[in-house]
Design a protein around this ligand. Structure first.
Ligand code: PBG
Length: 327
């Protein structure tokens, strides 16, 4: 039957792989990906993380190898998480110059120099015996302003150890300003801040809390992390962080929050990062281990979707693997 007007045929541009490649608007690049790495104090061998198959807690030595491998694969950067041997109420390991992250940062700074971007998560939950991201009041609440002083000290310790970018993840009000002020006051005006700006109180962090040994011993993080039922708050948090001096803003988790990534990307003029978190990783690995999904294709699809939504930088536990595949 001859139509009066030719019917629209978007399929024309999908006919060959070459046509599809020509018109594709999103492509992942190795340098878009940041590799999170865990380093644990006082272990002799890397320890597998049960809920994150393929991820380990590194020794200082195995960390150096993993970092070198990631850089060789072409990743855009590395972000370190420390797991100290001992914990206390104030998380003193977080800013101890001999603490695990400071030592690991110094190792990597010596090995890699400016060949990669060395980032560090800046928080207290891995270091406190109660597992919260800040200092507690007598009543057991997280004391925002007392915590800011601790974050400022941690930022300085990480800067002295050679970090390029600090990544505050504790969601305290005013944390970016406090950290910027401390860094500038000590001459570290070149250390950048990647703020976990829109970070939701998410069940998707479950496996990470095994990896970083930081599950709260009571309560949860919903008095400081955002409520996922509340959307517009994200832009407010992001804007506050930019006003306080954030150089990069981050949305976390990633895949369930593509709407937030898109909104943030449309409204800011700084680079936007997204964190594909441990639960997102674990779900894909578990389904793939059961033979229920095509692992590699699902990984590429999720990362492409996160980039398409507007995140130019993606933190993902698959960074080294995917960068190697892309490179
Ligand atoms: C806090 C922090 C967390 C993650 C990154 N930084 C845990 C939390 O907020 O409970 C989660 C990352 C992931 O799930 O992969 N220091």
């Amino acid at each position: 039957m001859a139509a009066e007007f030719p019917i629209a045929r978007p399929r024309r541009l999908r006919r060959t792989a070459a046509l599809r490649r020509l018109v594709a608007q999103t492509s992942l690049r190795p340098q878009d990906l940041v590799q999170p790495l865990f380093v644990k104090e006082g272990i002799g061998e890397p320890q597998p993380v049960g809920s994150m198959p393929g991820v380990v807690q590194h020794t200082r030595e195995s960390l150096r190898k993993a970092a070198e491998e990631a850089v060789r694969a072409g990743v855009g950067g590395l972000i370190l998480f420390g797991v100290p041997a001992g914990k206390d109420a104030t998380g003193s390991g977080a800013d101890d110059p001999d603490g695990i992250v400071q030592r690991a940062l110094a190792d990597l700074a010596a090995d890699l120099g400016d060949d990669t971007v060395l980032m560090a998560d800046l928080c207290l939950d891995e270091y406190t015996d109660h597992g919260h991201c800040g200092i507690l009041t007598g009543a057991g609440e997280v004391d925002n302003d007392a915590t800011l002083e601790r974050y400022a000290a941690v930022a300085l310790a990480q800067a002295r150890a050679g970090v390029h970018v600090v990544a505050p993840s504790g969601m305290m009000d005013g944390q970016v300003a406090a950290i910027r002020d401390a860094l500038d006051g000590d001459g570290f005006t070149d250390v950048a801040i990647c703020a976990y700006s829109a970070k939701y109180a998410s069940a998707f962090y479950g496996p990470f809390r095994d990896a970083a040994e930081c599950a709260p011993s009571f309560g949860d993080r919903s008095t400081y992390q955002q409520d996922y039922a509340s959307g517009p708050e994200a832009l407010r948090e992001v804007q506050l962080d930019i006003d306080e001096g954030a150089d990069i803003v981050m949305v976390k988790p990633a895949l369930p929050y593509l709407d937030i990534i898109a909104e943030v990307a449309a409204s800011v003029r700084v680079p936007v990062a997204a964190y594909q978190v441990s639960g997102e990783y674990a779900m894909v690995e578990a389904a793939a281990a059961n033979g229920w999904i095509d692992r590699d294709r699902v990984i590429t699809e999720t990362l492409t979707a996160i980039k398409r939504a507007g995140a130019g930088i993606i933190l993902t536990y698959w960074a080294t693997e995917v960068a190697g595949r892309l490179g």
